[in-house]
Design a protein around this ligand. Structure first.
Ligand SMILES: [Zn+2]
Length: 398
């Protein structure tokens, strides 16, 4: 099978000079401003006049804004990240109209991740050095792993997380990503009560090793933060400390999910998951710990794009499917299945581990879909996610 090389994002830390940090901070501020202004313009047009304002119209607005006195500062940074912000907003509206996501929200200086996206015309790539528009010197990037041989980035995204760390993400073609030989293996995957994931094979995959210790550290840092006086210097330090622990937990979680999804996709031809709405689940305290940090959404995204790289299938079945109550041996439906019940025996004599039984039912439901295409409602995608067949957006893998 000959296909276009897959595009992947490769992310690295970098250390900006003072001038670069200032330029980037200014650019982040302008990106946020433009995004919010355009969102406001589009929302008003829709709410007041029932008009859909598209990307082109917001692009014209941007030109006009730059000419006004109060927004003239927008013209001082590279124009490309601002255009990209308008494109991102367009995508967010696309997801909203397709009912895949909620209405786009305003970006906040405190809560949103600061980032700026540069396309080919706004950076110079020369012998493995990267220089962004409006900058004299190349970025000091720590190349923690090599880019693919001869790769030239087509898009570069710079960001700073809440812990103050700087990252640059390079989108490159990766010819090493190819379909894997087909296999017969199939698997159903469920969110366990005590485990991160439970497979229909009976395997239970736990949480990352450091998770518990990190949580303790987080609770401690948060308690310290609460005791500091508002607006004080010490409070700011405590806030950065909390952000660092959060960042560490998220990084480890991401690494872990990459390892699991890579393994699952390598081993299995068809993977069946439940179409969980994470927001519903997080309301349930017992399940919250197992899947918090948007872990499930991330898991599903990783699984879907890796499956599309390697010629595998991911099937998401309806989230109201009674997977826990159904006997996977005889198909009888138990009346009740309280959360504390970890093992149970069906009238048919089959004894079940609650989670493994659920994973088996998920697998059976998924395979039924592939055979007859019925019995399960159409797949709905989580906000920001895309189905395996439509997956075009490259993602990163450490
Ligand atoms: Zn039974």
């Amino acid at each position: 099978m000959l296909s276009e090389p897959v595009k992947r994002a490769f992310r690295y830390r970098f250390y900006p000079t003072e001038a670069q940090a200032a330029e980037l901070s200014r650019t982040f501020g302008c990106v946020r401003k433009v995004y919010n202004l355009a969102l406001q313009a589009r929302s008003e047009a829709w709410a007041l006049r029932g008009e859909r304002v598209g990307y082109e119209a917001t692009s014209a607005l941007l030109t006009a804004w730059k000419r006004t006195e109060e927004l003239a500062f927008l013209a001082e940074v590279s124009a490309v990240p601002l255009q990209q912000a308008l494109r991102h907003l367009q995508t967010a509206f696309g997801h909203f109209w397709a009912r895949r996501a909620r209405f786009p929200r305003f970006k906040s200086r405190k809560k949103s991740r600061a980032s700026a996206e540069y396309t080919r015309s706004a950076f110079r790539w020369l012998d493995g050095t990267l220089t962004l528009a409006k900058m004299a010197e190349p970025l000091d990037i720590r190349w923690s792993r090599p880019l693919p041989e001869g790769a030239t980035p087509s898009t570069v995204t710079v960001s700073r997380d809440s812990a103050g760390r700087w990252f640059v993400s390079l989108l490159c073609e990766d010819p090493s990503v190819t379909p894997l030989p087909a296999t017969d293996a199939v698997v159903g995957i469920d969110v366990g009560l005590d485990h991160l994931l439970v497979l229909s094979t009976g395997e239970k995959i736990g949480n990352p090793r450091h998770e518990r210790r990190d949580r303790t550290a987080l609770a401690k840092a948060q308690r310290t933060l609460c005791r500091k006086q508002k607006g004080s210097n010490n409070r700011n330090k405590a806030r950065v400390k909390v952000a660092r622990v959060h960042a560490r937990i998220a990084d480890r979680r991401t690494d872990y999910l990459h390892k699991i999804t890579t393994r699952l996709v390598r081993e299995t031809q068809t993977l069946v998951i439940e179409d969980l709405a994470v927001s519903n689940m997080v309301g349930n305290h017992r399940l919250a710990r197992a899947i918090n940090d948007a872990g499930w959404r991330q898991f599903r995204q990783f699984l879907e794009y890796k499956a599309s790289w390697h010629g595998r299938n991911v099937i998401a079945i309806d989230r109201w499917f009674p997977s826990s109550k159904l006997c996977s041996a005889c198909g009888a439906l138990a009346a009740e299945m309280p959360l504390h019940l970890r093992t149970w025996t069906c009238g048919c004599g089959a004894s079940h581990d609650r989670d493994v039984n659920a994973a088996r039912n998920i697998l059976a439901a998924g395979l039924a879909v592939t055979v007859c295409g019925a019995g399960v409602r159409p797949q709905r995608n989580p906000p920001g996610g895309q189905s395996a067949t439509k997956q075009k957006t490259p993602r990163r893998e450490p």
